[in-house]
Design a protein around this ligand. Structure first.
Ligand code: CTP
Ligand code: CA
Length: 234
């Protein structure tokens, strides 16, 4: 397999990967969702298993086979994802937030299917969802300091971001706002179709510096992320 022959440099480590995209219910049959497939998150999970880690995948609406050797926790909404990620993160060395998490959800979920018979539709009012990545960073900041035994928060926190312009500046500001150690940034939109060489990712490193990742298989990007994570766990 393409995963064979990797160093088992994550042996004894527990890592959490969120994958896919959340769904926010409007009524029993409808939701607000996004186009995230979960491919990058699952590649991160498979690669971490191959490198020896104990892996928990918090999987939001992913239509892919389970990554072999990983524990998969299925969630639907941002709030479910938050609860599952924070529960797993309390015992984890690293958390990678590859999932596309909805920023907003309908203020109210209708118990019954909304019918079109009532004439013009009511607008759907939205409210903010919790920011899971920012919450992980805050939990770690609040808990920092000498403690007995293993830390109850992840030592390494990784975010993902897609930006349309000022990729490096926006990414750097987001990294600092969220309090994570690494932010994997993709340039999207404005004619930069996926699949073009100028659509490569950059990993921004807290405190300065970045690593450019040339366009290639999602496993290659995953390996660069785990290289940077492993460095920070030694
Ligand atoms: N994220 C999260 N919780 C949210 C939204 C995002 O944990 N409610 C995480 C994503 O999983 C990703 C990172 O934050 O790892 C960046 O997501 P992004 O949508 O780029 O950042 P936002 O802060 O939501 O900013 P924007 O206004 O650009 O959407
Ligand atoms: Ca967002």
């Amino acid at each position: 397999s393409v995963l064979a022959g990797r160093a088992r440099d994550l042996a004894g480590r527990h890592v959490v990967v969120s994958a896919g995209g959340t769904r926010e219910a409007i009524d029993p049959v409808r939701f607000i969702g996004n186009r995230s497939s979960g491919l990058q998150g699952y590649a991160l999970a498979r690669t971490a298993v191959a490198r020896g880690a104990e892996v928990t995948v918090v999987s939001a609406n992913v239509a892919l086979p389970d990554p072999a050797g990983a524990k998969v926790v299925r969630v639907e909404s941002a709030r479910e994802l938050r609860d599952a990620v924070l529960a797993a993160a309390a015992h984890a060395d690293a958390v990678v937030m590859a999932a596309a998490v909805a920023d907003f959800r309908p203020a109210r979920e209708s118990d019954t299917k909304i019918k079109k018979s009532a004439g013009e539709p009511e607008p759907i009012r939205l409210v903010r969802n919790p920011d899971v990545l920012a919450e992980l960073g805050e939990t770690r900041r609040a808990a920092a300091g000498p403690a007995e035994g293993p830390a109850p928060y992840p030592r390494v926190i990784v975010g993902f971001a897609a930006e349309t312009d000022d990729v490096l500046a926006n990414g750097r500001a987001k990294l600092e706002r969220k309090g994570c150690d690494l932010l994997v940034v993709n340039q999207v939109g404005r004619g930069l179709a996926f699949g073009r060489p100028d659509n490569a990712a950059v990993v921004l490193i807290a405190g300065g510096g970045d690593v450019e990742i040339p366009r290639g298989p999602k496993e290659d990007l995953a390996d660069v992320v785990w290289d940077l994570v492993a460095e920070r766990l030694t």
